[in-house]
Design a binder for this molecule. Structure first.
Ligand code: ADE
Length: 481
């Protein structure tokens, strides 16, 4: 991630982003921060960059020309128009979700305003996102830009080391973090809560959840409301757990936006992908839900339905084309799958067995060629696999240096993309890869599940052989084009 920060105070942002985790990430080449001094681009003899607003009013405005030329110096260097965020109290409020979204860019321009703002015409020309860091007014955009750069950087893969990455989860769920304690056991007469000294992990987990709930209820009633609503949805899903595991996992992993809920008629949206997930009690309930979604202006391009009777009405209303029925297979146990005889846990070499590790850039062309359904889809497939790889969710099986197959986790959270190259089939590589993926998801505290396209009997047999439970009803993927 390369940040270009357009500012009148370059030293301030350079200093602010040069220490601690962010400074270290820059030293390691994971991010870069370039402060571009807007004043260097003024054409004024006195290096002036501001002037009075037309129509009168208090204060001065930053003029269009120096801002534009500073921005253009970056755009010219990159050879394209970069995503450009203007920090302003008039923007949408910055959230963890937005940080994640911005972290997917290769570069970001952060534009810091001063005085009473910036001439509207240049904003119209260059800004793609208006972002506020909260409902208060700062003296300039620099602190806001640093906040955004910090939060975005820690979402860039590799910036947080293992010890730090536990923190990534803390705001992704709907609850605030529980209280934490370190040594000594007693300080100023206050003892560490007894349960934390008990060593009983189950009790500790329950206590922490309870504390999180209580804290959220008191400090952030707005978040708590959302949390309670999602819990009610989860209870509805649990009545058909296997069928709804995709929706349950969205909630558990903190990736569920609740769009509609009326009894067992529920629609979730995953903000990161824009995918919609719908489940309906009956035709009437489903129709009411589709009406409500249309009234709310929801534009669904990719939808996962959980009842066949929803397919036709959803297709008609949203002009969606393809229908892909899939059987959902869920690994319901908590223990990892045994790996003996499949591959070595330490990634080491064992005669005749694949080594399994994260895929890297060199393998992407091969992977895309085998995974793409048609030749014309190879480019798009490669981009998707690259995105999965960068998120750390694409694993390859190697025999020597040769890629024999791969597996990953899809953007919506299911295990998939399982592919074994033709010359390596019937050697247990599919089983090894699927096992690896199941165990990787368990390590993250996820419930592993996959979706098997109707007709793929080989995959279905593999899932069952590994002990995954297959839902009786299908889910249906609908897509524009
Ligand atoms: N500039 C001034 N105040 C700001 C805020 N709250 N968020 C982002 N940029 C700002």
């Amino acid at each position: 991630m390369n940040f270009y920060i357009l500012t009148l105070f370059p030293d301030m942002v350079r200093q602010g982003l040069s220490t601690s985790i962010i400074g270290r990430a820059a030293e390691r080449g994971l991010i870069s921060v370039e402060a571009v001094d807007i004043r260097d681009y003024t054409k004024d003899r006195h290096r002036k960059v501001d002037d009075y607003p037309y129509g009168g009013g208090a204060g001065m405005l930053m003029q269009a020309q120096p801002v534009y030329d500073a921005w253009k110096s970056v755009a010219d260097k990159l050879g394209r128009k970069p995503r450009t965020v203007y920090l302003t109290p008039q923007g949408g409020v910055f959230t963890q979700q937005k940080a994640k979204e911005l972290a997917a860019e290769e570069e970001l321009v952060l534009l810091c305003g001063h005085y009473e703002g910036i001439d509207e015409r240049v904003l119209e020309e260059i800004v793609t996102d208006y972002v506020s860091i909260g409902d208060y007014v700062l003296t300039g955009g620099e602190l806001a830009a640093m906040v955004v750069a910090d939060a975005v950087s820690r979402m860039v893969p590799g910036v947080l080391t293992n010890g730090e990455s536990g923190m990534t989860e803390s705001f992704e769920g709907e609850l605030l973090e529980y209280p934490q304690y370190s040594r000594p056991e007693e300080w100023m007469g206050k003892r560490v809560p007894e349960v934390l000294l008990s060593g009983n992990q189950k009790k500790i987990k329950e206590w922490r959840l309870w504390q999180s709930e209580e804290r959220t209820k008191r400090r952030r009633p707005d978040l708590y409301q959302k949390y309670k609503k999602l819990q009610t949805c989860r209870e509805a899903f649990m009545k058909q757990k296997l069928l709804h595991m995709d929706m349950i996992e969205l909630i558990t992993r903190g990736q569920a936006g609740l769009v509609y809920a009326e009894g067992n008629n529920i629609c979730l949206k995953q903000p990161e992908t824009g995918f919609y997930f719908l489940t309906a009690e009956d035709r009437e309930g489903g129709a009411r839900m589709l009406d409500a979604l249309a009234d709310a202006g929801e534009e669904m391009e990719i939808v996962v339905l959980h009842q066949e009777f929803m397919v036709e009405p959803t297709r008609e209303r949203y002009g969606l084309q393809g229908v892909m029925p899939c059987a959902q297979a869920v690994y319901t146990r908590k223990e990892k799958l045994p790996i003996r005889g499949l591959y070595r846990a330490d990634g080491g070499y064992e005669e005749g067995k694949p080594q399994i590790r994260r895929l890297d850039e060199n393998d992407l062309d091969t992977a895309a060629r085998y995974y793409a359904e048609t030749d014309s889809a190879i480019e798009k497939t490669r981009a998707y696999l690259k995105e999965r790889m960068e998120k750390g969710w694409l694993f390859g099986a190697f025999l020597g240096e040769e890629l024999a197959g791969f597996v990953g986790m899809h953007a919506e959270g299911s295990i998939g993309m399982l592919t074994v190259l033709p010359e390596y089939r019937r050697k247990g590589i599919g089983k090894a890869l699927e096992t690896y993926a199941v165990n990787a998801l368990l390590e993250h505290g996820y419930t592993p599940y996959g979706q098997v396209k109707q007709g793929n009997e080989a995959s279905l047999r593999l899932q069952e052989a590994l002990g995954l439970c297959v839902a009786k009803q299908m889910v249906y993927w609908l897509e524009k084009n």
